[in-house]
Unconditional design. Structure first.
Length: 453
């Protein structure tokens, strides 16, 4: 299979190897085009009769293997070539026939190999005499289309290492890119976080999660993550900030979100304290005074908001005091405590679990009881609401993504690397086809939240 090599370390900074000007768009922005318009369903552009004729002509050859879909020489590659070249011709015609006549005209064409998500495609790019033609279908000096960059970001966010990703692209699509190019593409996606932090926020978010993650399991920089639930029940990444000295409890985050327009939050679910070191006691990690600065900031910027401790964080922390083979059973018992109908019933379940596990797991239950003041206010809500406030599985999936990224790429060494790792993990929170809805019965949950606000 012929392959196209690009993006070596020596060529990384060259103009010929740069990607298109528009960086990949995170999954939450997929409904708009780069110029701000609404994205059209690609299926609406296809004539069913032509698709049927193409399928009939290719069916026999596809079944015998003489024609393939992806990669070099594939059917989709040939189709992409024709579509791109016809689009470029139409763009040139529009450029050469503006409302005001000019002396500009055609000046031949040059063939450029463009890497796409269906494989390398040789494209004839027309030129004009004045050298002012800048097509949008294939940007000047672009070696890759945005779709390939989005594929690189998506696969990286889901845990593939640079070596695994480059091998996968070469094997499946016939495209060879270097590890340096993979890093450049993900850096370009990470730069959108700066734009993300400057966008205005909806004035009301019924639920805001303030979560501290550490992209490395036991060491490395911390990252503060803010996730919100919008009034229509969709997940919204509000921002990411580096942790560290003076920023360990995230007390600066409510002010940053309020400055961008978030004026009202009904429930704030926050970590009860910074990640404890290996030698710290459970009370030091999860005691009620650990988040005092954050509690004051929440009360100042969002008066009336209920501040709850994060059960997802608490379970993860207390399990550190037990061997790995017991985590599944212990977490099941602790989740049953969280889903009890009342606080009295929850304390009863906690006592039974504590007696069942005995003195060997005394530290687990000491840590849980030390954090109870942050968990107790949540029992005013019904069980479905508490399941949502526990993170709805999103925070657990985020931790899984971070663990997988650490296994493939190692431990981040500085704040920027940690922020980039956390940002990529948030892009992979949703499975393909999901629309970032946090729970199935959001209207009922919202009414329950509003009744307690």
């Amino acid at each position: 299979m012929p392959r196209v090599a690009t993006g070596t370390g020596r060529e990384r900074g060259s103009a010929e190897d740069q990607a298109v000007a528009d960086p990949p768009t995170p999954s939450g922005d997929s409904g708009t085009t780069p110029d701000g318009g609404c994205a059209e369903d690609p299926a609406a552009l296809l004539d069913p009769r032509l698709v049927g004729q193409l399928a009939e002509a290719a069916a026999a050859r596809l079944s015998t293997g003489t024609v393939k879909l992806l990669g070099s020489g594939g059917l989709l590659q040939a189709l992409a070539k024709q579509v791109l070249e016809r689009t470029l011709e139409l763009e040139l015609q529009a450029h050469l026939h503006p409302p005001t006549p000019t002396a500009n005209g055609r000046n031949g064409a040059r063939t450029r190999q463009v890497l796409t998500e269906v494989g390398p495609v040789p494209v004839r790019v027309p030129r004009d005499r004045d050298g002012t033609f800048a097509p949008r279908a294939v940007r000047p000096r672009a070696r890759r289309l945005p779709g390939l960059d989005e594929l690189v970001v998506s696969l990286t966010a889901r845990g593939l290492s640079s070596a695994e990703l480059t091998a996968h692209l070469a094997e499946v699509y016939g495209v060879e890119i270097s590890r340096e190019t993979v890093s450049a593409v993900t850096d370009q996606a990470f730069e959108r976080l700066t734009e993300h932090h400057s966008r205005p926020l909806a004035p009301v978010h019924p639920v805001v999660f303030l979560h501290t993650v550490r992209p490395g399991r036991t060491a490395g920089p911390q990252v503060h993550l803010a996730l919100g639930i919008t009034p229509d029940g969709r997940r919204d990444l509000l921002g990411l900030w580096p942790g560290g000295p003076g920023r360990a409890d995230g007390a600066h985050i409510p002010a940053a979100l309020a400055a961008r327009g978030l004026r009202e939050a009904w429930v704030v679910v926050a970590d009860t304290g910074p990640v404890a070191g290996a030698g710290a006691g459970p009370a030091a990690a999860l005691g009620p005074a650990a988040g005092a600065g954050l509690a004051e900031a929440v009360a100042r910027h969002w008066p009336g908001a209920a501040l709850l401790g994060s059960t997802a964080r608490l379970i993860r922390e207390v399990l550190r005091h037990a061997p790995g083979e017991e985590w599944s059973a212990l977490s099941q018992d602790l989740r049953e405590v969280c889903t009890a109908p009342t606080e009295t019933a929850a304390l009863d379940r906690l006592g039974r679990a504590e007696r069942r596990w005995g003195p060997a797991r005394r530290e687990v239950f000491l840590a849980w009881r030390a954090a109870w003041p942050q968990l107790a206010p949540g029992f005013r809500f019904e069980v479905p609401v508490r399941r949502l406030l526990a993170g709805g599985g999103a925070l657990e999936r985020l931790q899984q993504r971070l663990r997988r990224l650490e296994q493939s790429a190692g431990r981040p060494q500085d704040e920027r690397a940690a922020l980039k790792r956390a940002y990529l993990a948030t892009l992979a929170l949703d499975a393909p086809g999901e629309e970032q809805e946090w729970c199935a019965d959001w209207p009922a949950v919202r009414r329950a939240l509003a009744s307690h606000h």
